[in-house]
Every structure is written in structure tokens, then in C-alpha cells.
Design a protein around this ligand. Sequence first.
Ligand SMILES: NCc1[nH]cc(CCC(=O)O)c1CC(=O)O
Length: 315
Amino acid sequence: MPPDLRIRVGSRTSPMAVAQAEHVRDLLFRSGEDLDVELIGIETSGDRWQGDLAELGGKGTFLKEIDRHLLRGDIDVAVHCVKDVPGDVPLPEGTTFAAYLPREDVHDVVLFPAGSPYRGLDELPAGARIGTAAVRRKAQILRKRPDLHVDRIRGNVNSRIARFDSEGRLDAMVLARAGLRRIGMEHRAVEVLSLDDMCPAVGAGVIGVQCRTADTGIVELLRLLDDPRTRTHVTAERTMLRDLRGRCNSPIAGHCTTTADGQLSLLGMVFGRDGGHFACAQERDTLDHAHELGARVAAALARKGAHRLIAGTAR
Ligand SMILES: NCc1[nH]cc(CCC(=O)O)c1CC(=O)O
């Protein structure tokens, strides 16, 4: 007997994206349904392009190309890092994130070259070079250590680590622990940055699984993988991001958690380019008010000058 349902799962071709798609495939197999799951790698122009992503139209470029495959029916399911889903454009009509997998670790970590005598950002001498592509990380590194140089490094996580090791140009590099874990490189993390020193990106550590809204069978199947607590946290964070009209690489951080007494707590931060200026707001609400909470934190940040900071015009 052929399986009841054949599902084509699309993802980008980087090792991290493939690991995520394989994880979703394994979860689908374990769902108990009779399935045939095929993984389809989609090489996007952003993966081939080695220049500045902003010139290509930003991180959303990857998403748009994968969306097109989903809408055209070349794939049935797309697997994304929620962190990479732009906050300022709506999802394409006719698609939905039917599952958010349980959130993984949200800490950023610091890598050092082999043989480095240093074990933490605090130990680095003035003028040391730190690699990261995220303005959120750059601002928070400079907030603590304005004497360090932050250099852009881009490409997928494996190629970043390969260049970091081979070029010897940088004294340290900051990456997400969740991403390292997915590609089996967690042993490279030397320092784990505290959440106070490095507020995570909106959607950090969350894998989102998208499908066509009209595919009710697949929507129902993916629902089995959905983690309601993660969905609530992502809803609060992404409502905040949307209201701030955060671009893919805006200097915005946001982290929603559930407190011990069962409330939602959302911390939002917006940074100026040099890390010297920032706005910060934290609010609480009940579990059924994730949207309202996100909107309230965004409004509080706006009152504190968030839009000038995002535009890079604060002083
Ligand atoms: N921008 C790339 C990206 N998108 C998601 C992750 C890490 C895993 C996650 O937070 O979901 C990474 C790598 C990194 O930031 O080091």
C-alpha cells in the first residue's frame, strides 16, 4: 500500500537549513501518520550572493523565493528560522505558519580562534576585532565594549566558521547557540552571553513550519507539531516587531517568556548604531493577550524614541 500522504518539504540548502528540514521530517514520521516525506533543497539567490544582503533586498529575499515555490506547488511545506522572517511585510496570502516548534536555546555565544588565550569578550584587548552581521549584536557588543571593532561577516554559519578559522582576521565571532547545535558545532562556543548583555532577536531559536492555508490535511498534520507556548511568545514578539516596522536587520531585540506565576513578560529593546543609545521597555500581560502585549511594548518603545534609533538619526 502506498502511504496516505506525500509531503515535499522545502528548505534552503545550507547545512543549518537542511538539519532543520530533517528535524521536521523526523517529527512528521513520529506523528504516527502514514507519510512519504521528501526533502527539497532550494538554493536562493541570497545563498549564491556573496555581497551585502541589503543590496539584494535584505534577508526577506530568501523567503520570497521559497514562498514562490510553496505557492506554485513545487513544495508543500517550507521550514524557516522565525528569526529570519521579516517583520515589516505580511506573510504571502494563502500561506500560514501551521507549526512553531518548541523554542530552543536563545543565547548568543562567542567563538575564539584555535589557540586564542581569551575565553570571553571581557578579556579581549582594546581594538580587538569581533565578527557578526547583525546590527542587534553589534550594538550590544559596543554597549559593553565601545573599544572593540565589530566587523561584518556573512554567509551561512558553516562558511562563517570556515572563514573565521582559515583567514585569521578576527579575534572572536558571535553566533547563536541554537544554530551551532543544529549543525553539530556547539563545542565551538566558548562564552555564553547572558540575556542581560545580549537580548535575543525576535523569534530566536524558533523553527517555523509554513504551508498553504488551503491544504487542510497538511495544516492539521503540522498542528500536531505546534507548541502553543512558543506560538504565544512569537506572537507577542512579532507584533512588537511589526508595530515598530522592524526591517530584517533593524537594531531591535525582543524576548517574551512566561513568568513563574503564569503571565507573559515581553522585553523589547531598540539600539542606536553605536550602542551608546538605546530604548528599552518591559511589560506583562495574561497569556491570552500576546497581541496586546506586543503592541503595548512597541508603543512604549516608540514613546522612548525607537523610530529615531531605527532610522539611525538619534543623538
Ligand atoms: N541569520 C541566520 C540565522 N538564523 C537563525 C539562526 C540561529 C538559530 C535561531 O535563532 O533560530 C542563525 C544563525 C545565527 O544567528 O548565528
